[in-house]
Design a protein around this ligand. Structure first.
Ligand code: GLA
Length: 392
């Protein structure tokens, strides 16, 4: 081969190599494009909930997406009473241990959800106690006060065991979830029926004793309803006045696409009211429901409806027009959060990809929903870019 020809071959090889590396560079550039956490770094933490499925299956693709996009993680179900403590002496720590390992290795803020709730709590916790109360009342036994004391002691030990085990890693806790009705009255849950209003204070007292420096939150939905918001503030202030610090309030923010529920103005009023009352605001469970309202059918499966497509209109994909509406709604709420970033510590989505959202299963099972920022292939949706564009 002549020197010229050899030179040409080497030059072409170099050109091809540099083309390949340019291509790879472009690919790498795409992969390392800033995640949401980095984009909103100066505003608030950006969180998501990690499902039990992801934790149990150790889903590498999902965990890698989460670590790229988010800097705060919540246990979606792993710390709910019936999951972590299904029977008095049975504890299922493994999914939570995995959650904590993951959060620690990515230096994330971790949120424990939730210590006291009326759902996903073993029925037996209350039924045994109620039976004992009835028994003691009917026989006028001297042990009459015992069932109540028993429930208090179970609550205390549940909180102590979990917080002792995880307090080095889990910095923030949803201590109590959904104890107030939309009209501001106490929810008539088994906690309330057996312990009266005191159960809320006890939950915060035990949590504060177990984790003196923890960030302790009260978490609920529909805080945009003034009666509910005011009632929560008043209840938390009563607790504060008894010397127990409550750091903040979680606005779940399961919102709707169409009905404007809540409006941006209503949400803004809630954020300002909570902040002015001395509570840091956390947006804890954000998602946007694109499906028709169906709570009156709670518990049914979509297959039991004669006209399935009415209640499950996007089974085969989200039309572009709805996708655009979803992007606009996401943009509007994030715009509001940025405006109030001095009051908000964290904005967390309730899940990462559409397929893992609870909205596919509740209130009607078997529907196809699109409430989050990533699609079923773990790819960013138009709504994701709409949110990001607020910072560019
Ligand atoms: C509430 C709870 C969450 C989750 C959702 C959906 O918002 O706080 O843990 O269970 O309901 O079920």
């Amino acid at each position: 081969m002549s020197i010229n020809r050899r030179y040409f071959v080497i030059k072409s090889a170099l050109a091809v190599a540099s083309l390949i590396s340019l291509k790879n560079y472009a690919k790498t550039e795409h992969i390392v494009e800033s995640g949401l956490a980095e984009i909103f770094n100066e505003d608030f933490l950006i969180g998501t909930a990690i499902s039990n499925k992801t934790l149990v299956e150790n889903d590498a693709a999902m965990l890698s997406l989460i670590s790229k996009e988010f800097n705060a993680v919540t246990t979606e179900n792993a710390l709910k009473w019936s999951e972590v403590h299904p029977e008095p002496d049975v504890w299922n720590f493994q999914p939570v241990d995995r959650f904590v390992d993951f959060g620690r290795s990515h230096k994330m803020s971790m949120i424990g959800h939730t210590l006291t709730w009326h759902r996903q709590t073993p029925e037996s916790l209350f039924s045994e106690t109620i039976k004992q109360v009835e028994h003691c009342n009917s026989c006028h036994s001297f042990r009459r006060a015992t069932p109540r004391d028993e429930l208090i002691s179970r609550l205390q030990s549940h909180i102590c065991v979990l917080m002792d085990r995880y307090k080095q890693d889990i910095d923030t806790w949803d201590v109590a979830n959904e104890v107030v009705e939309n009209n501001g009255k106490w929810r008539e849950s088994d906690w309330y029926k057996i312990l009266g209003p005191e159960f809320l204070e006890l939950s915060f007292r035990f949590a504060r004793e177990a984790h003196p420096r923890g960030c302790l939150l009260y978490n609920d939905f529909h805080l945009e309803k003034p009666k509910k918001c005011d009632s929560i503030i008043q209840k938390l202030k009563t607790i504060q006045n008894r010397g127990i610090k409550v750091d903040g309030v979680g606005i779940q923010c399961h919102i709707k696409l169409d009905s404007g529920s809540p409006t941006i103005e209503e949400l803004e009023t809630a954020i300002i009211t909570l902040y002015k009352s001395g509570f840091r605001v956390h947006i804890t469970e954000l998602d946007i429901d694109v499906l028709p309202e169906a709570w009156i059918h709670r518990g049914r499966h979509i297959d039991t409806f004669p006209n399935k497509s009415e209640l499950n209109p996007y089974k085969n994909g989200l039309p572009n027009q709805i996708s655009q509406k979803l992007s606009a709604r996401y943009r509007a709420v994030f715009d509001l959060f940025i405006k109030h970033r001095d009051k908000i510590d964290r904005v967390a989505l309730w899940g990462t990809t559409d397929d893992e959202s609870w909205k596919n299963g509740l209130p009607i099972a078997g529907r196809t929903s699109y409430p989050l920022l990533f699609d079923r292939n773990k790819l960013p949706k138009a709504a994701y870019y709409a949110v990001k564009s607020l910072k560019s």
